[in-house]
Design a protein around this ligand. Structure first.
Ligand code: AHR
Length: 483
């Protein structure tokens, strides 16, 4: 039994749509094959971008896409990825499997992707192995409107108008693969690099993001905030849900039942991490100007058997839908600090929205959570009074018609009966559910609709209270229209 009480006056603040952001890296088949197939491919595409993926992703209104990494960002030299495709340098992707990177997907192709998706840009610059000049010139290339060496080069490459870059990351995981730096050293480098990132575009000044801590490295957060807070708009945080030790990851399919809850617990750690990191940030930024940007999150499981382990390809089951719902609920609890989040990664890598195999494509249970939660984007998060069962997670937002409620019962066996009380008058309630009837339930290329949303009708209500019966392993959304 769970109980939720809504008081119209208890509002947390706006849920930034950017919390529903995505991430695509030059890693495995995330970009190549998953999104980019070359303009002359037999797979239907527009300007090289596969039409089926774009259509599916448009339906979840991707607000922002982080690119080109991840680890890859700190090896990426943007000038390799501009100009005629057949003349671009072929390099080794040393971060992910030492495969050939032909640079056919570069800056112009990224903005074409954003344009097709209707998403904003989050470009991650190379601090680990790139120069201040290189980073500075990339911003000039992308955003300067006028005559300058980089703007002229962009025009020569076929794009006269500048693009808008909303978010810019200064390095990635600088404590590890991005340079193995100490926080004091990175803080100084951050201050230096960001000085030369000019906001040429007055309509869209750069929102600069510093490379933040790994999981619970509170020392990193403290040093960065102490030394560089005034120079940043956001600081990143990475946390992946793991069922077991890093070196001994669990398989995505035939996932051990005994570890269902350890994986969920690992995802729930996000709440503690945000709370503790925010407390440190409050010391230096009590007005909460600097955003906590959770630009990598999701489940990290063993790569599927028979695939290149460096490509991080994993199946996605109803378990991942639970992880997504629980984590998004946590972000919505912390709207005062979390200004953006980017699930890792959009296609074919880690906890994806879509999986592809040649011309085949399938939507994952995680995709459907992003679709079902659309009404939370830019709505007002409510601070409800909750008494939830041990295996229930909930979040409620206010919209122009009433309230949007998302509920997740991540228990394996018991249905939870949830009552929701409110101080306004209920007129109508409609519901949707994503449900698993077995732990490993997932969609594959031969069975694409094993897990997909259905209408949810196990609801009764009177004027101020509703009751819903939420089956185990399910996520339910309710739109409660009020008068
Ligand atoms: O998302 C995969 C990798 O995980 C990213 O490249 C890196 O930043 C993190 O360690």
């Amino acid at each position: 039994m769970s109980h939720i009480s809504i008081d119209a006056h208890r509002q947390r603040g706006k849920i930034s749509k950017y919390i529903y952001g995505q991430f695509s890296e030059h890693l495995g088949r995330s970009i190549y094959g998953g999104l980019w197939v070359e303009p002359n491919s037999n797979i239907p595409n527009i300007n090289g971008l596969r039409t089926d993926a774009i259509t599916a992703l448009k339906a979840i209104k991707v607000p922002v896409l982080r690119w080109p990494g991840g680890c890859f960002a700190d090896t990426y030299h943007w000038a390799d990825g501009i100009g005629p495709a057949d003349k671009r340098k072929k390099i080794v992707n040393t971060s992910w499997g030492s495969v050939v990177e032909n640079n056919h997907f570069g800056t112009h192709e990224y903005f074409e992707l954003l344009n097709q998706l209707g998403a904003d840009a989050y470009v991650n610059g190379n601090l680990g192995s790139g120069t201040v000049q290189e980073m500075s010139e990339w911003v000039e290339y992308m955003t300067f409107n006028g005559t300058s060496p980089m703007a002229d080069l962009r025009t020569a490459n076929g794009h006269k108008d500048p693009w808008h870059v909303k978010f810019f990351g200064v390095g990635n995981e600088s404590w590890g693969g991005g340079g193995n730096m100490r926080p004091e050293y990175y803080a100084d480098l951050y201050r230096q690099y960001q000085t030369f990132l000019t906001s040429y575009d007055s309509d869209s000044p750069l929102y600069k993001i510093a490379s933040g801590p790994n999981v619970d490295d509170y020392h990193w957060m403290d040093v960065l905030m102490k030394n560089a807070a005034p120079y940043m708009d956001g600081i990143s945080l990475h946390h992946y849900a793991l069922a077991s030790a890093w070196e001994d990851k669990r398989p995505a399919l035939a996932f051990p039942e005994a570890e269902w809850f350890s994986l969920i617990k690992s995802a729930q750690k996000m709440d503690e991490l945000i709370t503790k990191h925010s407390t440190i940030m409050d010391k230096y930024d009590p007005e909460k100007r600097v955003g906590l940007i959770v630009d990598e999150w999701g489940s990290w499981l063993r790569a599927e058997q028979g695939t290149n382990p460096a490509f991080l390809y994993q199946q996605n089951t109803i378990r991942d839908a639970m992880i997504a719902a629980i984590t998004l609920h946590i972000f919505q609890k912390h709207v005062d600090r979390v200004q953006m989040a980017n699930i890792a990664q959009m296609v074919n890598v880690l906890q994806s929205m879509l999986l592809t195999d040649g011309s085949k494509i399938v939507k994952t249970p995680t995709y459907y959570i992003f679709k079902m939660f659309l009404k939370h984007q830019d709505a007002i998060a409510m601070d409800t009074l909750d008494d939830l069962s041990e295996t229930t997670s909930a979040s409620i937002s206010k919209n122009k018609d009433g309230y949007f409620v998302s509920l997740c019962n991540y228990g394996l066996t018991a249905t939870d009966t949830i009552t929701v009380d409110m101080d306004s008058l209920i007129s109508t309630v409609s519901g949707e559910m994503l449900r698993g009837t077995k732990m490993d339930q997932h969609n594959d290329f031969d069975h694409p609709d094993e897990v997909s949303p259905e209408s949810f009708t196990a609801i009764t209500h009177d004027s101020h209270q509703l009751t819903a019966k939420i089956p185990p392993m399910s996520v339910v959304t309710l739109q409660i229209d009020t008068v």
